[in-house]
Design a protein around this ligand. Structure first.
Ligand SMILES: [Zn+2]
Length: 270
């Protein structure tokens, strides 16, 4: 679940980690007009001439590049934790299932990747700290694991969120693999959305919603360890396929989007 607990939760503030991690990065974004510090003549010329090209370094950080191949590390982010339970329905809590699936995924990646946990226990980690924890890795991708919730109890099925161009194929592979396991496969389950964990990391990243706890039949499946194990298998096989083949066979990559960092309270659009 992203909307209430992840995006606008009580600890959703940017706090100190935002300032230290993103202060300089934010100023480099092409959207920043910076007119207040610019002499009048230059301000005029900046209006009449085309905007400067986005530098290659910035493009890299924004993920305007093909998806990863032969990468060595998978950073596994189990959503929520501690006082933030995420969705809780019928005694089943998102934070517990997310960590269970994260641990299953880690064991399935053994021998193929170095796997790193953002959290490996029932404790709270602020979203921006999750992002900054990825900054010391380069040859890596981030997978954030969640369980979904809707006010409509009929909504069900896995969903995968991505934003960056370099995350598209991995997200598509993970969505396809989860859909093959789920009895409620949806073709609309791959969604491009600017979230803190799809926009702000500087590495390829995707957020998976394994299924809806608010749907009673899907909740029963998710409560079964065998189903969670098959979903972890699906994610592992998608990661291995991406490592082996990169973007090959995944179709045309989406257009690059230069959008600002995702912040608490953002609406979830692009
Ligand atoms: Zn969640």
């Amino acid at each position: 679940m992203m909307m209430s607990s992840c995006s606008a939760g009580p600890e959703g503030g940017y706090g100190s980690s935002y300032g230290s991690s993103y202060g300089s990065y934010g100023r480099e974004l092409p959207h920043s007009p910076g007119y207040s510090a610019t002499p009048p003549q230059q301000a005029v010329s900046s209006i009449t001439t085309p905007s400067p090209k986005v530098s290659n370094k910035t493009k890299d950080r924004l993920g305007h590049k093909p998806g990863p191949k032969n990468f060595g590390t998978v950073i596994i982010d189990a959503g929520h934790g501690g006082r933030d339970s995420g969705a809780v329905v019928g005694g089943v809590s998102e934070k517990t299932l997310a960590l269970d699936i994260a641990r299953r995924l880690q064991s399935k990646l053994r021998g193929s990747f170095k796997a790193v946990f953002i959290r490996n226990g029932d404790y709270f980690v602020d979203l921006d700290r999750r992002v900054s924890a990825t900054h010391k890795f380069d040859d890596a991708v981030l997978v954030s694991i969640h369980l979904n919730h809707s006010s409509s109890s009929s909504v069900r099925g896995p969903e995968t969120y991505y934003f960056r161009v370099d995350s598209y194929s991995l997200a598509k592979r993970m969505q396809r693999a989860m859909a093959a396991v789920s009895p409620s496969e949806k073709s609309r389950g791959l969604v491009r959305r600017r979230l803190r964990l799809t926009r702000n990391p500087q590495i390829p990243c995707a957020l998976v919603e394994i299924g809806y706890l608010s749907n009673s039949s899907e909740r029963k499946l998710l409560a079964q360890s065998s189903y969670r194990d098959r979903m972890a298998d699906a994610l592992a096989s998608a990661l291995k396929a991406q490592k082996r083949s990169g973007d090959s066979g995944m179709g045309t990559l989406p257009a690059p989007l230069n959008r600002p960092l995702s912040r608490p309270g953002d609406r979830s659009g692009l």
